[in-house]
Design a protein around this ligand. Structure first.
Ligand SMILES: Cc1cc2nc3c(=O)[nH]c(=O)nc-3n(C[C@H](O)[C@H](O)[C@H](O)COP(=O)(O)OP(=O)(O)OC[C@H]3O[C@@H](n4cnc5c(N)ncnc54)[C@H](O)[C@@H]3O)c2cc1C
Length: 448
């Protein structure tokens, strides 16, 4: 039986630029398939010797999604395929953006188990780079994947499920688009919940001395340390069933307007102004960081989980982040502090500190161990290559694994030591894509 496949939308002359502006490329063709059959058609009809890369939200800091030949966006392949209210497993089309998910799940009383600090990524992009939030009891997105379907280099569909072959699923979940085009992702969701957020400033020493203890005591614990100061802003988010009373009394409910004032006007707006001053007068950086840390007033509010987890990020920056074994994390932060002092750097951006549970996803940055995530940023106007290598050395020496979507210069030999199943992944890639239909220069650095 033959079926007619419509030609997918194709644009030429388009430029792909990532969120931070560090990656810019003009693929010969940019495809926007609206069906899985169209994805298969693109892969099958790709001229010999050409490669194709799939992009999600374009929010990675490296060329991990970029390609000079063809690129595919799954923006038209978005929405829910299936919801199982009993198991709370939800199957999404892979191009679904995270910020659309709450409205899809609300009628079913479900939610994503945990989230990072933004929600503009696609489902496939988030799992493919091991994107994570914070919370010692919760894994990153990849750890919640219970099923996945991808289109391989022959254009055939391959389905993976945790019920039939968990090892195979765990091997292909974090794959950076190197094995094929992911078209569907099934995730383990949870009952919808609220978060009680409590924010305030504390001494960095206290935060580091109590990191593990506090991470275990609070559902979602995170801190932002302002370099050249001894202060950090801490955020403790407690999960509450909708309607359940908040311990310590009911706080204000965070409305849209409050959110705009706090996140956009005060957060992003004031921060952008401070960065502009720091750029004009770098010597003022420690003082400005001190003012920023001091200005973090204690804050307590409650909202639906996704409203608290994710906030807009309007100030552009470059980022490096490593997952360090939980117990080694606080000392690694202290070493970064000493390194910055030794080099007399002036860094106007806070470091972000988070934790996650261990998982068993082969290339997850938390595979096999609880992690402390340490993220180092510089504003877009600063040259990341001047600052990131020494920080990478510190974090690598502490046993850290770099975030797959953030800046680093490590390669195959390093990863073979970090990930017990790395060679198995490379062998699978060899078998599934021997001609590198899904290859790129960046993937060559990572996987050979
Ligand atoms: C402001 C900002 C905040 C961030 N916050 C966090 C955070 O809190 N936690 C965290 O862990 N990370 C964070 N990140 C990093 C971000 O989550 C990851 O880089 C993520 O991969 C981006 O998702 P995306 O949809 O934009 O994917 P892209 O960057 O477009 O792609 C990422 C990878 O996924 C692959 N891919 C995408 N779609 C498919 C598909 N359908 N099939 C196969 N492969 C595919 C691409 O080829 C590429 O290898 C942040 C980034 C920014 C810019």
């Amino acid at each position: 039986m033959s079926t007619t496949i419509s030609n997918p939308e194709m644009r030429t002359g388009a430029t792909f630029r990532n969120w931070s502006g560090s990656v810019s490329t003009s693929p010969s063709a940019f495809y926007y398939p609206a069906t899985i059959e169209e994805v298969q058609h693109i892969v099958r009809t790709l001229p010999a010797g050409r490669s194709v890369r799939t992009v999600g939200g374009g929010h990675s800091f490296t060329p991990v999604a970029a390609g000079a030949d063809a690129m595919i966006s799954l923006d038209k392949l978005a929405g829910i395929v299936r919801i199982d209210p009993e198991t709370k497993r939800v199957r999404f089309l892979a191009g679904t953006r995270l910020h659309r998910i709450p409205e899809y799940l609300q009628p079913f009383g479900l939610a994503l188990a945990n989230q990072g600090d933004i929600d503009v990524q696609s489902v496939a992009g988030a799992i493919s780079t091991s994107t994570h939030g914070t919370g010692i009891e919760w894994t990153g997105f990849a750890g919640t994947v219970t099923g996945l379907s991808l289109i391989d280099a022959s254009g055939d569909r391959r389905d993976y499920s945790i019920d039939t072959d968990p090892d195979a699923l765990r091997l292909v979940t974090v794959s950076l688009g190197a094995l094929g085009v992911i078209v569907e992702v099934e995730m383990q969701c949870v009952d919808a919940f609220d978060l009680l957020a409590e924010e305030g400033a504390e001494s960095l020493d206290t935060v580091l001395d109590t990191w593990e203890e506090r991470s275990r005591a609070v559902d979602h614990y995170e801190a932002f340390w302002f370099p050249h100061t001894g202060r950090a802003m801490v955020k403790s988010n407690t999960r509450l069933a909708p309607g359940a009373p908040a311990p310590g009394g009911e706080p204000k409910v965070r409305g849209r307007f409050t959110r705009f004032i706090e996140d956009d006007l005060i957060g992003n707006g004031a921060f952008a102004a401070a960065l502009a001053v720091a750029r004009a007068v770098p010597r003022a950086t420690p003082k400005l960081n001190g003012i920023a840390a001091g200005a973090m007033a204690a804050n307590r509010y409650r909202s639906r989980a996704h409203d608290v987890f994710a906030t807009p990020r309007r100030v552009r920056f470059h980022e490096m982040e490593f997952a360090v074994p939980l117990e080694a994390g606080p000392e690694a932060v202290r070493e970064i502090r000493r390194e910055m002092d030794r080099r007399n750097w002036l860094i106007p951006f806070p470091l972000e500190l988070r934790t996650t549970a261990a998982d068993d996803v082969a290339l997850s940055t938390s595979t096999g161990r609880e992690s402390m995530y340490i993220a180092f940023h510089v504003p877009k106007a600063m040259n990341p290559h001047e600052f990131f290598p020494p920080i990478q050395d510190v974090l690598h020496a502490a046993g850290g694994r770099p975030h797959w979507g953030k800046m680093h210069t490590l390669g195959r030999a390093d990863f073979a030591e970090m990930y017990p199943r790395f060679d198995e992944f490379c062998a699978l890639r060899e078998q599934m894509d021997p001609t590198r239909k899904f290859g790129s220069e960046h993937l060559k650095q990572l996987f050979g």
